[in-house]
Design a binder for this molecule. Sequence first.
Ligand SMILES: [Zn+2]
Length: 275
Amino acid sequence: MPFTAKVVTAAEWGARPPEPGTFPFQRTIPRYVIVHHTDNPNPPNDASRGTIEGALRLARNIQTSHMDERGWSDSGHNFLNTTGGFVLEGRHGSLDAVKQGFCIQSAHAKQDPGKLANGNQSPGIENEGNFMTFQIGQKQWQSLVELCASLCDSCTISPLNIKGHRDFSNTNCPGDLLYNQLPRLRKQVADRLNLQFTPEELENESPLVDIKFGSTGLAVITLQQRLRDLGFNPGAVDGVFGENTKAAVKAFQLSVGLQDDGIVGSNTRTKLELS
Ligand SMILES: [Zn+2]
């Protein structure tokens, strides 16, 4: 398919030039598409108010914050997707690069120990909002699907490699409710590209993701059932990692000689025999 996503370029939204001496940025071969949230307020208090004017303003504000507060050479992400479904280029050169099958090295996905590597060599999409407790709206979802399909096609990235920021870094980004939608996102992108995958392949939950206080979903249900089977009471098997589940994890960790941090990382996962 052609690159159908409509993207406002950095020049069009009036981006500042990158830090002197840093441009043009290095081109990389992308392997993933990485989904983020901006951690901004959700509708009706969203920063962009769902308008194009608001979207341009948000792109400028994020770039200013990344350059002046974080000290980065330009916007840290490659693309921004706002609540109104407007997509804007982040780091300069990103749109031209992906249309030619490359990415621009950026700064959106620091690698933490035990996580996936080289995230900054793949396109990162910031989605306006905070999806820990809020479900992404329809317009923003459609533009995300369109952008992901365009990126996967032009850069030959498998839709199964659409990942969340938390697969690379110790963060709750892009929020539980958006992270839990990644299988549906992979499916809709695969459909656009006429690719077929099994539900298991689409689920593709990274075994590297920590399960911890605040986590939700199928992985937490599996964990809670396992703890209960082993005689550690996590409270209700409800898919919500709360205080009771944390206490049960800590008790389990102590029983097997692990540090009792209450976080189900790779060591605890292995001891629990969770796949
Ligand atoms: Zn992120």
